[in-house]
Design a protein around this ligand. Structure first.
Ligand code: MSP
Length: 500
């Protein structure tokens, strides 16, 4: 099964453009797989325990559960607003998840992978992480949050992470556990080589907002272990139930995360799976970080861009496209509204939108909207695009996917320039039929290909041809004709130019 996951997000603040990005690209991969007819489950959710959330709830003057209910609902709503359609939305405060976490850890404890000891180190509550020597900034501060670290020395249960070092290294080196892009794989291997793996605390003695350890209720499960196990409990037959009534099948095929949480997913996560004798995920894809106007997005700098702001400015589909393609997939990048405005005009208004209105208005002008009956329409470009899309999605290369889509649109535009339908209208009606039929089919197929990014737009275009994407079988694209004889009405401009 194609089991695709995102991180589960902390509910200490409202949904952010960064978490929207990860969830959106996961949605694109899931929609593509579903369109191809693959059995797919897309999981996202919220991470609701730990000191950081308890502090945020206290600051808001609310009980932690009431507080997390409220913010978790905001995440679900934000994803709905972006037309992101997960098959499961998991919450770590779900009693069924908590029971799975307890069962899982009890098994590891019984099998001797966990022992009682003391954990000493510098802790950042913002990261919910014990920092290693190289992660400590000047004057014992967190280099990410720039806040002072807390020195912790407490009784803790530790997991024997060090015992799995060579198995993890081998799995990553061999590609059995694929970490991409390659630079992230090298980063993890470099960390193992230079710092090595030491045992980690899996419990906290002084944090009460969490899942109690089943064998010692004076401790709660360390929030990161609780969180990583969401990917397991979602797939457990006793785990949380989802609205879709479906359940994923372990292991994940693709896990998409941001670079900030690489070590948890590349080291602790495979180790606990080894300990539990569960298979490792196939691929961990690590994307970069957005900045805004060259700086970290922060409320105090006033440069935060919210998903809602983008939807209000561009509409849902355009926001999906702009966000998913804002930076080369895997790299860091800077977002500014000025650049997004330009990108909207060039990718959507001038390219895709203009192409669709060009083709539909020629059909209306020359054939009263009726797509000429099937003649020998050359569909070679469609086959090439499909092969190249399959390869790009298969390589988890979203930038290649969007380049392929642009290239397809460019080819259709070039075809119009080469064939000059306006001239053919005066000289060669049979040839004009062939060109219009070819253009109609290509626009139809292009709409299908862009559907993971632009689901509403694709359906508006296909509605013009009297159908919808859900009725189209992916394998027929480029093989069968879907448009001959259809009568299409003139379409409103899909993406009106954005004037500043
Ligand atoms: N709760 C943990 C994850 C547990 S997963 C088992 C967590 N949550 S988080 O709310 O802080 O989300 C972090 C994730 O949000 C990043 O990995 C990334 O996916 C996304 N982003 C948050 N800010 C971002 C940017 N500025 N840019 C891009 N993505 C970022 O960590």
């Amino acid at each position: 099964m194609n089991y695709i996951t995102t991180p589960i997000y902390y509910v200490n603040g409202d949904p952010h453009i960064g978490s929207a990005y990860t969830t959106l690209v996961a949605d694109v991969f899931a929609r593509y797989a579903k369109f191809k007819g693959e059995d797919t489950f897309f999981l996202t959710g919220t991470d609701e325990h730990g000191a950081k959330i308890a502090e945020a709830a206290a600051k808001a003057g609310k009980e932690p559960q009431a507080f997390t209910n409220e913010i978790s609902a905001k995440f679900a709503a934000a994803w709905r607003d972006l037309n992101i359609q997960p098959d499961g939305f998991i919450r770590t405060t779900d009693p069924k998840h908590k029971a799975c976490v307890q069962k899982f850890l009890q098994n590891l404890f019984d099998a001797g992978h966990i022992y009682k000891g003391e954990y000493k180190g510098w802790y950042c509550t913002g990261c919910e992480e014990f920092k290693t020597e190289t992660q400590i900034g000047e004057n014992n501060t967190c280099p990410i949050h720039l806040t002072p670290l807390t020195e912790v020395a407490e009784e803790a249960y530790l997991f024997k992470l060090s015992a799995f070092e060579s198995r993890i290294r081998e799995a990553i080196e061999s590609g059995a556990f694929r970490i991409s892009p390659e630079s992230r794989k090298n980063e993890v291997l470099g960390f193992i080589k230079h710092e090595g793996l030491r045992d980690v605390a899996i419990s906290r003695k002084n944090v009460t907002w969490g899942v109690p350890l089943p064998w010692d209720e004076s401790h709660t499960v360390y929030v990161w272990v609780d969180a990583l196990l969401n990917y397991v409990s979602a797939a457990d037959s006793t785990g949380p139930d989802f609205e879709s009534k479906k359940r994923p099948q372990f292991p994940p095929a693709l896990q998409i995360i941001g670079k900030d949480i690489l070590r948890f997913h590349a080291l602790i996560w495979p180790a606990i799976l080894f300990a539990a004798e569960l298979p490792l995920p196939k691929e961990l894809f690590v994307h970069g970080y957005f900045t805004s106007g060259g700086q970290k997005m922060s409320k105090s700098l006033g440069n935060v861009i919210t998903p809602k702001e983008l939807i209000d400015r561009y509409g849902v589909d355009a926001t999906r496209w702009l966000l998913a393609t804002a930076v080369p997939f895997g790299s860091d990048g800077d977002l500014t509204l000025e650049r997004l405005d330009e990108k909207y005009n060039s990718d959507l208004a001038n390219n895709l939108g203009n192409l669709v209105s060009r083709v539909t208005s020629m059909l209306v002008r020359y054939r009263e909207g009726k797509v000429p009956e099937a003649i020998n329409v050359p569909l070679r470009q469609i086959e090439e695009t499909r092969t190249s899309l399959d390869a790009a999605y298969g390589a988890t290369d979203l930038t290649k996917v969007t380049d392929t889509l642009r290239l397809h649109a460019d080819c259709i535009n070039k075809y119009i320039e080469d064939e000059r339908p306006w001239a053919l209208a005066k000289t060669d009606q049979a040839k004009l039929d062939e060109v219009l039929a070819n253009l109609a089919e290509n626009v139809f197929v292009l709409a299908c290909f862009v559907t993971p990014f632009l689901p509403n737009t694709a359906d508006i275009i296909l509605a013009g041809f009297g159908t919808s994407v859900s009725q189209v079988d992916y394998v027929t694209l480029g093989k069968a004709n879907h448009t001959a004889g259809k009568i299409i009405p003139p379409l409103e401009p899909l993406f009106p130019r954005f004037a500043n």
